[in-house]
Each structure stands twice: as C-alpha cells, then as structure tokens.
Design a protein around this ligand. Structure first.
Ligand SMILES: Nc1ncnc2c1ncn2[C@@H]1O[C@H](COP(=O)(O)OP(=O)(O)OP(=O)(O)O)[C@@H](O)[C@H]1O
Ligand SMILES: [Mg+2]
Length: 232
C-alpha cells in the first residue's frame, strides 16, 4: 500500500503539519492509516496521545535509521496508507524513507532557505531514483500561504520551481489557526469544535483538497490503488 513521505531538510517547513492534515483527512474518510513518526520532536506521537485519535489511525513512535525500512514494509502490510513524517535534515534515515516511498511531499514556505531545502531534497530524490532504477513521484507543497494574497517570496519560489520543471501541488496549505489548534485539542480536523476554531470550514476544505490531489497522484502512478475504497 502506498507510502507517502514528508521531507524537506529545512526545519519548520511544515512537514509535520501537512502530514497530520493528510492523515486526518484519510482517516476521516475511513481509510486505515499508519503514521511513522520519525521527527525527533515527536509532535504526532504527542498528538496521538490526546483523546480523539480514531482506531484506524495508528502511530509508530520508535523509528530509527536502522529500523525504518522494516517498519515501512510492515506498516504497508497493515494499512491502506503509510505516512512518514521525517526530520528536518538530509540524513540516511531520510534517504531510506525516500527510497521506500511512492510519493514524496516536499512542504515549502515562500523564502530562499525553504526553496534551497526543497532543491536539496529533489537532488536526494534523483539520487535515490538512480540507485533504485525507478521513478519516485514527488511534488513541492507550498505551505503557510496567505488566504488573501500571494506574497512576492511565494511567487518567486513558484516561478523558480516551474522553470526547473519541478512539480508543485495545485493546492497550497494556507496558514490556519485550525492547523495549530488540532495539536492542542487532539482528534481529527473533522472533530474540532465548531465556533471555537476560526475558519474551520475553510481549513477542512483545504486539507480535503490536498488529500484529493495526493490520491489522484497515487492513482496515476500505481493502477492497483484504484481498487482501494476510501469512502468520501
Ligand atoms: N499551515 C499552517 N498554518 C498554521 N501554522 C502552521 C502551518 N504549517 C506549519 N505551521 C506552524 O509552523 C511551525 C513549523 O511547522 P511544522 O512543525 O509542521 O514544520 P516541520 O517541517 O515539521 O518542522 P521540523 O523540521 O522541525 O520537523 C509549527 O509551529 C506549526 O504549528
Ligand atoms: Mg516536523
């Protein structure tokens, strides 16, 4: 079953947040999801200890460079989707996870440092592709964008990526209070209390659009995914 890794060696690019949004959305559609929490801060593990995590969303917290390949393989046997939240470095663990992935999502904020991180990640993916002699689907995910305006920094990053022929997700992840609140409240985005979290409807729609795009990408790459039922 497909493995989706979130990677960018630049710290704070939005990997953990985007990984939870995807996991939350797939789980609320009824899919069996396993998260491998390979971020040393263990935010997803902490989130998972709060009340409200559904049974169809499991979290593996003890992930190491040596164990990650075995753990991904094992999780693939148990779940419809395996989501790997990686650390903000370009380590052997990151390379191992990328080598096992069907899709690598590269969260990137507008700004030169994030863009450089994304470029480094893409070089790592290209190397893994050569070593494995297979294509590794990947895409840059613009994160923490403004709902109202597209900043100049964001446009610059986008233009650079387009010129380099690097695929970019059509759905950017907007800066939303809900995406921080979910780490405090626990549970899925779908379960956050209406009225207490601002712009919750838009936040849910944004996560749903992103998950939809991921599913389409996976479908295009691997025909067997088509048979997977994710009630929507
Ligand atoms: N779309 C968003 N809306 C609001 N806040 C966000 C969003 N994306 C990220 N953040 C905030 O930005 C900070 C960094 O995000 P996150 O932890 O997801 O990045 P990361 O790439 O996983 O970082 P690290 O490299 O340290 O693992 C966090 O405080 C998070 O709450
Ligand atoms: Mg993280």
């Amino acid at each position: 079953m497909p493995v989706i890794a979130f990677a960018n060696p630049k710290g704070g690019a939005g990997k953990t947040t985007a990984a939870l949004l995807l996991a939350s959305e797939l789980a609320s559609r009824g899919a069996e999801v396993t998260i491998l929490d390979a971020d040393p801060e263990r935010w997803l593990t902490q989130w998972g200890r709060l009340p409200g995590r559904p049974e169809n969303l499991r979290i593996e917290s003890e992930v190491s460079e040596e164990s990650i390949v075995d753990q991904i393989e094992e999780a693939q046997g148990q779940s419809q989707f395996v989501i790997v939240d990686l650390e903000g470095t370009a380590s052997l663990m990151v390379a191992n996870a990328v080598g096992m992935s069907d899709l690598v999502v590269i969260p990137t904020q507008g700004g030169a440092m994030d863009a450089k991180g994304a470029a480094k990640m893409i070089r790592l993916i290209r190397n893994q592709e050569r070593m494995a002699r297979r294509e590794i689907r990947h895409g840059v995910l613009m994160t923490r964008t403004s709902a109202a305006v597209t900043s100049r920094a964001m446009r610059n990053v986008r233009d650079q990526l387009d010129r380099a022929g690097i695929p970019v997700f059509l759905t950017p992840i907007v800066e939303r209070a809900a995406y921080r609140d979910v780490f405090d409240y626990g549970g899925l985005l779908a379960d956050l209390p209406e009225g207490q979290v601002s712009n919750l409807g838009n936040a849910r729609k944004n996560a749903s659009d992103f998950a939809g795009e991921v599913l389409v990408l996976l479908k295009n790459e691997r025909p067997e995914v088509e048979t997977m039922e994710v009630a929507g």
